[in-house]
Design a protein around this ligand. Sequence first.
Ligand SMILES: [Zn+2]
Ligand SMILES: [Zn+2]
Length: 260
Amino acid sequence: MDLNITVLGSGSEGNATVVSLGNFGVLIDNGFSKKELLRRLSVSGISPDTIKALIITHEHSDHIKGARIIADALDIETFANTFTANEMRKVSCLGKKHKSFLTGSPFIIENFKITPFRISHDAIESVGFVFETKGIKIGYAMDVGTLDTLTKQRLKGCDVIMLESNHDKKMLMESTRPFYLKKRILSRTGHLDNTEAIGAFSELVTENTRKIMLGHISSDCNLHSIVEGMAVSKLRSMNRSDITVKLMKQHQPSVPVLIS
Ligand SMILES: [Zn+2]
Ligand SMILES: [Zn+2]
């Protein structure tokens, strides 16, 4: 059975990622309308009936806007911690079938062991996930204010590291965004800049690491060419040019990444 990661969209305009093993897919977040999500699944060659569960990182609208609508349409369970589920319920984004997970405690969905871990971000109880299946580990951490010890521990040594590389600090400071927003993004509960994300490769990458996927890339305070250039040169300096770097896109799904 093939293990695939398909990023349907990543960024402040909407997030959704599918991790699938054979015909069993787990959707992480859905910040898109039902129509748009189905369109992106179709572009990626994923049949909607292979999506068997929805898991939620946090309640910001770019992650949950389409959560209820897609979970109910596909008749699947939504997994979220209790605090996040409550916030989702308040804005009518929680599907009919809901299961709570405890942040920090692994849970099982079919052949996946999924460990949610606390992330520093300005949501009620933001989490990242480590997926384990077939002896392979995928670490997922978007919307990360700062890489604290726990987040680094969880991502370290994963075969695939999926990490936010949100903004270029200089571009953010020079942007026309209001000061309060710049302050929020730069805070320990905001978003991760390129230097902190890519600088952390030294601590996160081990001999197990094969792929790094960088996402939630700002459309106006960052450039894909900057992120890619920094990531590639960092890996080169570590003598790890064997690691593939992929950038997640906002406006179109990325090509499915096969993990073998
Ligand atoms: Zn977000
Ligand atoms: Zn967020």
